[in-house]
Design a protein around this ligand. Structure first.
Ligand code: BTN
Length: 246
């Protein structure tokens, strides 16, 4: 892995999109602060310097059929990192990491196409030492600091993440998806009623579980099917965390 660091940048994802041709496969770019951080579905990702923001560039051996597994692989790498700190977390399909029902990290996967796929960029934002979120995020977001009332060394969190990511990614390239068993055990949505926004259409379904290809199996009335992308919102307030491991 190669490393690039910026004290401040618009967005680590945007940087890699601009510069991917001149950078090696597996370059990781991190920043002290992003002033135009991007979230999924055109949203903004705001950070102060208390969060960890970085992106990984992948250019080699890209397998188009298996791309949608990558955010999940990153989610599991992060969950395993948090386990190192005894912080229990779950993966909310397809792209979030959840602590006590609130989001502590988000993942944004972007692809660069020029006739064919040239590069993949996986951006990750983790709420590490955030003391307080703006009002509109308070009920939805959590930081590691808020969970354990402790400050974390962002660089150490990053290096632990890389350690787990490299291991799972090496297996993934050999088509040995060792992250899948952890993913299935730690899936936040399982057995919950959700609204699934799938290509602009809202469906009320029950989430059954994540399948080997990374899709979410759901039940709508008597019909069982799986979706490969989308945005899931819980329909009820699930106060307890029965799936939570640790
Ligand atoms: C989401 O949950 O909507 C995804 C958030 C992804 C944020 C990260 S921070 C590092 C990288 N650079 C960006 O501009 N976005 C991603």
């Amino acid at each position: 892995m190669k490393f690039v660091y910026f004290e401040e940048i618009d967005s680590t994802n945007s940087y890699l999109k601009r510069e991917y041709e001149h950078l090696d496969d597996m370059t990781l770019v991190s920043a002290g602060h992003q002033f135009a951080g991007k979230g999924r579905l055109g949203r903004k990702w705001e950070d102060d310097s208390s969060s960890l923001v970085f992106s990984i560039l992948l250019k080699e051996n890209l397998n188009e059929d298996r791309i949608s597994l990558l955010p999940l692989l990153c989610g599991v790498s992060l969950l395993t990192t948090l386990e190192d700190y005894s912080i229990p977390s779950l993966i909310k399909w397809p792209n979030d990491v959840i602590i006590e029902g609130k989001k502590c990290a988000g993942i944004l996967l972007e692809a660069v196409y020029e006739d064919e796929i040239k590069a993949l960029i996986i951006g990750i934002g983790i709420n590490v030492n955030t003391k307080e979120f703006p009002k509109e995020l308070k009920s939805k977001a959590i930081s590691l600091f808020q969970y354990s009332k402790k400050e974390y060394d962002k660089e150490e969190v990053l290096h632990r993440f890389i350690h787990h990511f490299e291991k799972f990614y090496l297996d993934y390239q050999k088509k040995k998806d060792t992250f899948l068993s952890i993913l299935k055990e730690c899936s936040y949505l399982d057995q919950k009623e959700i609204t699934l926004n799938y290509y602009g259409e809202n469906k009320h379904v029950k989430a059954l579980g994540i399948l080997d290809d990374g899709s979410l199996q759901v039940k709508e009335g008597d019909k069982v099917y799986s979706v490969s992308s989308g945005e899931a919102t819980l329909e009820k307030n699930y106060e307890e965390y029965p799936n939570q491991k640790l």
